[in-house]
Ligand binder design. Sequence first.
Ligand SMILES: *Cc1c(COP(=O)(O)O)cnc(C)c1O
Length: 399
Amino acid sequence: MDEFSPINSRKTKLKLYFCFTKVFSMKKIQMVDLMAQYEKIKPAIDEALHSVIDKTQFINGPEVGAFQSELASYLDVKHVIPCANGTDALQIAMMAVGLKPGDEVITPSFTYIATTEVIALLGLKPVFVEVDPLTFCIDPNAVEAAITSKTRAIVPVHLYGQAAHMEPLMALAEKHNLFVIEDNAQAIGCTYYFEKGGHSKTGTIGHVGCTSFFPSKNLGCFGDGGAIFTNDDALANTIRMVANHGQSKRYYHDLVGCNSRLDSIQAAILRVKLRQLDIYNEARKTLAEQYDQAFSNLPEVRTPFRASYSDHVFHQYTLQMDAERRDAFQAHLEAWEIPSMIYYPVPAHRQKMFQAFGSSSTSLPITDILTGKVISLPMHTEMQPDQLSHILSAIEAFF
Ligand SMILES: *Cc1c(COP(=O)(O)O)cnc(C)c1O
């Protein structure tokens, strides 16, 4: 071999050696590292779990009541009604506001399927509209253009942890007498700042807010969980009934409802993790800023936009770049053992399940382009310095 080939120089060999040992001693990078998060709060979580088991009140134990009032005070909302998962939360909210088969519900196509699925499940008509290409959230102008005499509700999604622009949506809702049901599954803890001053947490601005406690969400439990928020007393009462077999008092069923509960073990875990939520969201924001810097001089990459009307709690850190480059970048990251995800490769209006709703003839060019351009990087609360520097080196090597 050539004496002077770079791989043969002693210095390069050493460098390679250190590079490999660093990679081998580094903990495998995951999209979400739930184990590292658990390890930090293990004593509190284990104690919470055992206290539920000691009481054996697994359903509707005192932890559920305590969690709902603690979350209500964190969000500054009058009512929190826990339920079994985020999809149920959306379904129950739509049932409780009294939507009827044939009613039109305006929603983004660029979202997780749950948002749109429950609309169809209830026999309502999903009307898919565009998102703002910067915020990834529903475009109020597109909503306005889609309103008909049959429109009854708008379902904005605070996607990736960035709030949708709520004030124009609320103005449209008031003007046309529509319900606004916020899908807050990806943005719990996000603060919205009103133009006229003051602020609220997302999920408490519309008539009803819905969230999920799926383990990978910003506030996640150790299984399934969800919740519904509202400031409306009568609506809260109906939501509680719908979630509990339409029951007004034991064995008296006034409405057709469902069975959707948060169990005591999940509530006990969530009580511990709620106390960490602001710290977790700060850790996400810090990581997002570190990623931003890595991409700051790359005109081909669009880093996540921060709307002036809210903060961003980075459920996902999602970049945009040309489709071909995106796919090459994803392959490159994989070679470096760095996971990445495309949220979401197929928008709702292109899913087979909605073909019967005539959705494939819906023209949503922005949504279609975005599905080709987005890529989400690992985003969690426990990113280690050696993991981050490995990701940053991978980015530098590619661009
Ligand atoms: C996770 C999620 C849901 C559904 O939550 P589940 O608890 O999994 O049912 C709904 N909408 C969005 C935007 C989500 O990210």
